[in-house]
Design a protein around this ligand. Structure first.
Ligand SMILES: Nc1ncnc2c1ncn2[C@@H]1O[C@H](COP(=O)(O)OP(=O)(O)O)[C@@H](O)[C@H]1O
Ligand SMILES: [Mg+2]
Length: 344
């Protein structure tokens, strides 16, 4: 186990800089998730930590040691990829033991470690099989097993669940959470899926265009996003952001303190409450209802033509084209500077 310290970390491909000076502290034993849209630099950052990409400038420290110039195999990290990257001509056992064999580990020790990892991941029965005779979920477990046997200081996962179907993704996500609990190792996990980030992380790092937008616990990001990007990236369906033209009378006191700024208003779908016209802060016409049994997602167009979503406990009685009115508890209303999206 080890902590990680990144300082001023930059990555350039020729003239193109894709990581713009990342500062980040990861505690020993922490489960950290890098999340952000495709192309924001998650994999690049992870690969720089792993030693699979050069660091253009800045420093990466694992434990007390700066690892910029340390070979990937000597950094004490093990990586699990989306594509599993198993050797097709080797059995599961051989795949899991390969790295240790290369490192000239005692065969008895290898055997103990492989069997222990197989036991943790419930793949003992498949040890003699070839990867091609395994399902996607089983292959990903073998890839995780191959990381476990190396007993790394830090586990690195790059979108490990992306190739699995929806049900298996949920199951394997739980297994990774249990694995972290059991091993207590430092883990860094990359995903574009905010649900994985929210459910797995001790700490989430939200990335956009090679910059960190915010670092915090899942609830920090949900309740106190730094800006409208984080606000809309975390939470599903995403937060509604009403341009300042839609601002309700009730928030005028906030506005009066900020005369020079144009402000947008953010309210999550789950915080909109259907109400009478006189109590409403937002109203609009009903476009579509998605009834999910437990709740209904009501798609609306505001009086100013903006689309928004309300999450209601029951499907509304109103029909398409009819008007609905909503209020929200002021504690759940977010304010953003219209010019740059920063939270106010
Ligand atoms: N080998 C490379 N050469 C040039 N640009 C690259 C290379 N690898 C990645 N990039 C660019 O770096 C950015 C970040 O990529 P990546 O880290 O793969 O994003 P993510 O994992 O968040 O989807 C993207 O704009 C991508 O096009
Ligand atoms: Mg990636």
């Amino acid at each position: 186990m080890a902590s990680l310290t990144l300082r001023g970390l930059r990555k350039k491909y020729e003239e193109l800089e894709v990581i713009h000076g990342v500062d980040l502290d990861i505690d020993d034993g922490e489960f950290v998730v890098f999340v952000g849209p495709s192309g924001c630099g998650k994999s690049t950052l992870l690969r720089m930590i792993a030693g699979l990409e050069d660091i253009s400038s800045g420093s990466a420290k694992i434990g007390e040691k700066i690892v910029n110039d340390v070979a990937a195999s000597k950094r004490g990290v093990a990586m699990v990829f989306q594509t599993y990257a198993l050797y097709p001509h080797m059995t599961v056992y051989q795949n899991m033991s390969f790295g240790l064999k290369q490192a000239k580990t005692d065969p008895k020790e290898i055997d103990i470690r492989v069997k222990e990892a197989a036991d943790i991941l419930q793949i003992t029965d498949y040890l003699d099989r070839s990867p091609k005779n395994l399902s996607g979920g089983q292959r990903q477990r073998v890839a995780i097993g191959r990381a476990i046997v190396r007993d790394p200081e830090v586990f690195l996962f790059d979108e490990p669940l992306s190739n699995l179907d929806a049900a298996l993704r949920v199951q394997t996500r739980l297994e990774i959470a249990r694995l972290h609990e059991r091993l207590g190792s430092t883990m860094i996990y990359v995903t574009h899926d905010q649900v994985e980030a929210m459910t797995l992380a001790d700490k989430i790092v939200v990335l956009k265009d090679g910059y960190i937008e915010q670092v915090g616990t899942p609830m920090d990001l949900y309740e106190r996003p730094n800006n409208s990007f984080v606000a809309q990236f975390i939470g599903s369906p995403k937060m509604n952001i009403f341009p300042n033209t839609d601002l309700p009378q009730k928030s005028k006191s906030v506005l009066s303190k900020l005369k020079d700024k144009k402000i947008d208003l953010g309210i999550r779908p789950e915080h909109l409450i259907e109400c009478k016209e006189k109590d409403a802060i937002i109203s609009g016409k009903l476009d579509l209802v998605e009834n999910l049994g437990e709740y209904a997602l009501v798609h609306m167009t505001s009086d100013n033509g903006m689309e928004f979503i309300a999450k209601l406990n029951n499907s509304p009685t109103e029909k398409k084209g009819e008007k609905l009115y909503f209020k929200a508890n002021k504690d759940f209303v977010h304010y953003f500077d219209s010019s740059n999206g920063d939270s106010i």
